[in-house]
Ligand binder design. Structure first.
Ligand code: PHE
Length: 357
C-alpha cells in the first residue's frame, strides 16, 4: 500500500503558517512568497505528485490540497495585511513626529508677535484719560515750517526765546525755514486755523506726537521724544479751568498720591505761563538722581493763550479765550513705570521691553 502524498499535509500546512508568521517585514514576506504559496512551495510539489494518483483518489486529494492552499494563502494574506498596516503606521508615526516637532516648536518658542511699545501704550492711556475728560484727539505733521513751529506761536525770527528749543533744520527751501517740530504746539495753530476756516469753534483737543530737539540724551531727555499738547478755545475760559484740568489729569493718570504743582514760567505763546511738575515717582519726593534731588519732575508747560497767537490765526480774542498745555509722553511713561533713565526707552533691550507687555 502506497502512502498518500498528502499524508503529512497538515504538518506542512502548520509549518507553512508558522513560516508565514516568521516574516517581520513586508520585504521578508515578499521574498519568501515563492516558498510559501508560489511555485517553489511544498504545496506546488504536492500538486504535481497528484498526477500519480488514480483519478478518483486524485479528485479527493486535489480538493484536500486546494483547501490546504486556501488556508495557507489566507494566513499569508492576513499576515501581509498586518505587516502593511504596521509599515503604514510606522510611516505615519514618522510623519507625525515631524509634524509634532513643528507643533512643539511653536508651543515652546512662539513666533514673537510683539506688543505696543511702552511709549505707544502710554500715549494711548493718556489719550483715554483726556477723551474721558471730553477732549478730542488730533495729530499734526512732524516736519513744520518756521511759521507753525515758531512765528505763529509768537516767536519771531531771532527772538531770544528760540534758544529754548534747540532745533533740527530740514535742508529744504530757504535755509532755516523748515524744521523738525521741536514741540507739539504747532498743531495748536493747525487746529485753530481749521476751526476758523470751518467756523467750528470751540476746540477741546489733545494732540500727541513725536518731536525733535538737538539735545544730548540723558536720564530725562531724548533727542526724539513725544509730547501731548492740549488746547481749549471756548468762551469764558480762565486759568482755574487750566489748573483743574492739570490736577484732574495728574490724579487720573498717576494716582491720588502723586501731586502736581504749577510754577510761574515763560512761554512766548501763553500768558500767564506755568511749568507743570509732579512728585517724582522714583523717590516719592525725597530727591534722587532722576529728579536732580528736587523731589519734583517737570512734565511740561502750560498757560493761557496769548492774544498774539489768537490774532495770528484770526480768532477774536474778545469773544474767545483758552489755554494750552504740552508735556512729555516719554516722561509720563518714565514716571508711571519708575524708569530711572529714559535712555532705556530707545535702547531696544528686549529684557527691558518685555516687562511692559
Ligand atoms: N511747547 C512747550 C514746550 O515744549 C510746552 C507748552 C505747551 C507750553 C503749551 C505752554 C503751552 O516747551
Amino acid at each position: 500500500m502506497t502512502t498518500s502524498p498528502l499524508a503529512e499535509l497538515s504538518t506542512h500546512v502548520a509549518d507553512l503558517i508558522s513560516r508565514v508568521h516568521l516574516a517581520t517585514t513586508l520585504a521578508d514576506l515578499q521574498a519568501d512568497e515563492p516558498f510559501l504559496i508560489g511555485k517553489r512551495s511544498v504545496l506546488s510539489s504536492l500538486q504535481k505528485s497528484l498526477g500519480a494518483l488514480a483519478p478518483e483518489e486524485r479528485k479527493a486529494a486535489g480538493a484536500q490540497l486546494q483547501e490546504a492552499r486556501r488556508v495557507v494563502e489566507e494566513a499569508f494574506a492576513t499576515h501581509r495585511a498586518t505587516l502593511e498596516r504596521s509599515a503604514r503606521s510606522a510611516a505615519l508615526e514618522a510623519d507625525r513626529l515631524d509634524l509634532g516637532d513643528v507643533v512643539l516648536a511653536q508651543v515652546h518658542a512662539p513666533v514673537a508677535v510683539g506688543h505696543p511699545g511702552i511709549v505707544a501704550a502710554t500715549q494711548r492711556q493718556l489719550e483715554d484719560v483726556f477723551v474721558a475728560m471730553g477732549f478730542r484727539v488730533s495729530e499734526g505733521p512732524e516736519v513744520e515750517s518756521d511759521w507753525y513751529n515758531f512765528e505763529a506761536l509768537n516767536i519771531p525770527p531771532a527772538h531770544p526765546a528760540r534758544g529754548m528749543w534747540d532745533t533740527f533744520y530740514v535742508d529744504l527751501g530757504e535755509p532755516e525755514t523748515v524744521v523738525l517740530r521741536t514741540h507739539t504746539s504747532p498743531t495748536q495753530i493747525h487746529l485753530m486755523e481749521r476751526a476758523v476756516a470751518d467756523d467750528s469753534l470751540p476746540i477741546h483737543s489733545v494732540m500727541p506726537g513725536r518731536c525733535y530737539r538737538r539735545d544730548t540724551p540723558d536720564a530725562r531727555h531724548l533727542a526724539a521724544f513725544h509730547q501731548i499738547e492740549g488746547l481749549v478755545v471756548d468762551r469764558g475760559i480762565s486759568f482755574a479751568d487750566l489748573a483743574g484740568v492739570i490736577e484732574t489729569f495728574t490724579h487720573a493718570y498717576f494716582g491720588a498720591d502723586i501731586s502736581s504743582r504749577l510754577r510761574p514760567a515763560y512761554f512766548p505763546f501763553t500768558e500767564p505761563s506755568a511749568e507743570f511738575e509732579i512728585t517724582c515717582t522714583i523717590c516719592r519726593g525725597d530727591g534722587c538722581r532722576t529728579c536732580s534731588h528736587t523731589g519734583w519732575i517737570e512734565l511740561g508747560g502750560c498757560g493761557m493763550l496769548d492774544p498774539a497767537v489768537l490774532e495770528a490765526v484770526g480768532i477774536d480774542g474778545d469773544e474767545w479765550s483758552g489755554f494750552a498745555f504740552g508735556f512729555g509722553i516719554d516722561r509720563c511713561a518714565q514716571m508711571r513705570h519708575q524708569i530711572a533713565d529714559m535712555r532705556a526707552l530707545i535702547e531696544n533691550d528686549v529684557r527691558f521691553l518685555r516687562q511692559f507687555s
